[in-house]
Design a protein around this ligand. Structure first.
Ligand SMILES: C[S@@+](CC[C@H](N)C(=O)[O-])C[C@H]1O[C@@H](n2cnc3c(N)ncnc32)[C@H](O)[C@@H]1O
Length: 218
């Protein structure tokens, strides 16, 4: 059962503020956008599983001259975005349907807090297709809520499970690293950060190894 639609109805015009405050309890989205911009320049950015646009907007701010595309399977894609539509575009589309027309296009692909909503067996495929959207020197940021035996982890699980209604499954930090190695080659993780306010927020900054960009696991 998903409580999200009911909660959104109750909040009315307060929803954007409430959504931002709720997210901030678990993750500072701006810290990821800033860390990405400090790591690599980019003029074309793809956010895969962008949801209502919180991180997409932060990416547009952190990369003030970039074109940012957010895609998601949800009909609410980009709904809470306040970004300039001349620079930020949203599409409701699967990555399977999107990538063939955008192969080798993006400098940077970002997948943030999506993987735990994706069935385990489908994760290698998602990463492999993300790699196919990248230009030859393109890079990828994979951020997820890594499983840890802490009270905040339980709160995060309950929020995800009952607000979205999804059967979420969190990977451990080692499982996330192994997924990246399988898709993009051993040694592809150039940088790894724990982002505020909780150590669960693990970001892997990935430079696919030559020959691995098209995704070994597709
Ligand atoms: C927690 S939200 C994260 C939104 C955004 N990335 C952010 O950090 O603000 C997870 C999103 O993943 C999306 N999602 C789940 N499975 C997906 C898939 N296979 N392809 C694309 N998006 C997916 C959901 O629709 C949801 O909007």
């Amino acid at each position: 059962m998903a409580l999200g639609p009911r909660v959104r109805g109750w909040l009315g015009r307060w929803e954007p503020r409430a959504a931002a405050a709720y997210r901030a309890l678990f993750f500072d989205v701006r810290s990821l956008a800033r860390a990405a911009a400090a790591w690599t320049p980019a003029t074309r950015i793809l956010e895969i599983g962008c949801g209502e646009g919180a991180l997409t907007d932060a990416l547009a701010d952190a990369y003030p001259t970039a074109q940012v595309t957010g895609i998601d399977v949800t009909p609410r894609v980009g709904r809470l975005s306040r970004a300039n539509p001349a620079r930020v575009a949203f599409r409701q589309v699967t990555l399977d349907a999107f990538w063939p027309d955008h192969a080798g296009t993006f400098d940077l692909a970002v997948i943030c807090d999506v993987l735990h909503h994706v069935p385990r067996a489908a994760r290698p495929h998602l990463l492999a297709l993300a790699g196919r959207t990248l230009r030859p020197r393109g890079r990828l940021v994979l951020k997820d809520w890594a499983r840890r035996p802490t009270p905040i982890h339980l709160m995060g699980y309950l929020g995800d499970r009952y607000l979205t209604g999804d059967r979420v499954r969190y990977a451990s930090a080692d499982e996330l690293r192994a997924l990246v190695a399988a898709a993009f080659g051993e040694g592809a993780i150039e940088r790894e950060l724990r982002l505020p306010p909780w150590a669960n927020n693990l970001a892997l900054f990935v430079k696919p190894r030559p020959g691995e960009r098209e995704g070994a696991g597709a």
